[in-house]
Design a protein around this ligand. Structure first.
Ligand code: MG
Length: 307
C-alpha cells in the first residue's frame, strides 16, 4: 500500500484536523484520523501526518503548498546553493495561490524584478505577503501591475477538475503552471534575460522537472528553488502579491455568481457554503466553484442530506 508522510506545524495540524474531522478510531498519539476517497489520513501529536492508500500521494499533495511547512524547513531553505548576492540580482520569481482553498482557482504569477527597481518597489510596499492583510495586498498589487513585467495564469475550477480527474496530481498541475508562466514572461522581456529564476518551492527540483517531462518549452537555465522564496528575493514577494490579488478577484466573481460571500480556505465554513450552493442550485454547480476532490465535497453532501 502506498503511503506519504508530511511533517507539519501545529497550526497546520489543527487546520488538517478541521478539514478531515475524526471519522476513524484514534491510534495512540493521534490527533485525528479520517478516511477519504482511497486514502486514510492520520495526524499525530509529533507533527507527523500519515497518508495511506492508493490516493495517498494525491491527497497529501493538497497540503504540499502553503499549508504544510515541514518543521525542518521553517526558515527559507534553498535547494542548492544560491549565487552570492542573489537577493540583489535581477530575477524572475514565481509563486502560486489557491492550492489549499476548496473554492476558487489556482493562480500562478511569474514576476521580473530588476536590481535598479528594488528600492522603488520596497517603497511601494512590496514585502512578504504572508505578513500582509488582503486590503494591503490589493492596494500594493494595483500599483505593481503597472510597474513590472509579469505573467499571470488562472486555472479555473472546471479545468482544474478535468485535469485532476484525468489523474494529474496537484503537484504536476502546479509545475506545469509555473513553467508556463515563466516561459511567457521570458518571451515578454526578451531579448533581455534575467540573471536567475527563483521558484517558491513546492516540490523537490527533480520532482518538478519530472512533472514537466515531454513539455516543448522547459525553463531550466539558472533556475533555483527555495521555500519561503518571498523572504529571499523581492521578485517572489511581488509574484506572491500579484497571485493573491488575482485569487481575491476571482473569489469576488464567484461570490457574485453565488449570491453570497464565498469563504477561503478549507474549514467547516467552506462545507456550509458548499451545502448552501447545492441547496440553492444543484450539486453540479460545485464543479464551477470548487476543487471537487477535496473532502469538503463529501462533507457538504452530508450536510445537505442531514438537513
Ligand atoms: Mg508558495
Amino acid at each position: 500500500m502506498s503511503h506519504t508522510v508530511l511533517i507539519v506545524t501545529n497550526a497546520t495540524m489543527q487546520k488538517m484536523k478541521n478539514h478531515y474531522g475524526v471519522s476513524s478510531a484514534l491510534p495512540p498519539g493521534a490527533v485525528f484520523a479520517a478516511k477519504v476517497d482511497g486514502c486514510s489520513v492520520t495526524g499525530y501529536r509529533s507533527g507527523k501526518v500519515l497518508f495511506q492508500g492508493r490516493e495517498a500521494e494525491r491527497e497529501s499533495a493538497k497540503w504540499d503548498g502553503e499549508a504544510a511547512v515541514p518543521k525542518t524547513k521553517k526558515a527559507a531553505r534553498p535547494s542548492g546553493k544560491l549565487p552570492d548576492g542573489f537577493s540583489e540580482m535581477s530575477v524572475i520569481g514565481s509563486d502560486e495561490v489557491g492550492t489549499g482553498d476548496y473554492f476558487g482557482p489556482i493562480t500562478v504569477v511569474a514576476a521580473y524584478v530588476e536590481t535598479d527597481r528594488m528600492a522603488e518597489l520596497r517603497a511601494l510596499g512590496v514585502r512578504d505577503s504572508k505578513d500582509m492583510k488582503d486590503p494591503e495586498i490589493v492596494s500594493v498589487a494595483k500599483k505593481l501591475l503597472k510597474d513590472i513585467p509579469y505573467s499571470l495564469l488562472v486555472l479555473r475550477n472546471e479545468k482544474y477538475n478535468d485535469l485532476q480527474e484525468s489523474g494529474m496530481s496537484q503537484g504536476k498541475i502546479k509545475a506545469i503552471l509555473h513553467n508556463q508562466a515563466l516561459g511567457k514572461l521570458h518571451e515578454k522581456i526578451a531579448p533581455e534575460k534575467p540573471a536567475a529564476v527563483l521558484i517558491d518551492q513546492f516540490a523537490e527540483k527533480e520532482v518538478y522537472y519530472r512533472h514537466l517531462k515531454g513539455k516543448k518549452t522547459i525553463i531550466e537555465e539558472n533556475v533555483f528553488f527555495s521555500t519561503k522564496g518571498e523572504s529571499i528575493h523581492l521578485a517572489v514577494a511581488a509574484a506572491s502579491i500579484l497571485a493573491r490579488y488575482a485569487f481575491l478577484k476571482e473569489m469576488d466573481l464567484l461570490s457574485e455568481k453565488a449570491g453570497f460571500t464565498i469563504p477561503k480556505g478549507a474549514s467547516s465554513k467552506v462545507d456550509d457554503a458548499a451545502a448552501r450552493l447545492i441547496r440553492t442550485y444543484d450539486e453540479s454547480v460545485l464543479r464551477h466553484f470548487t476543487k471537487l476532490h477535496f473532502a469538503n465535497t463529501e462533507k457538504a453532501r452530508r450536510i445537505v442530506r442531514g438537513g
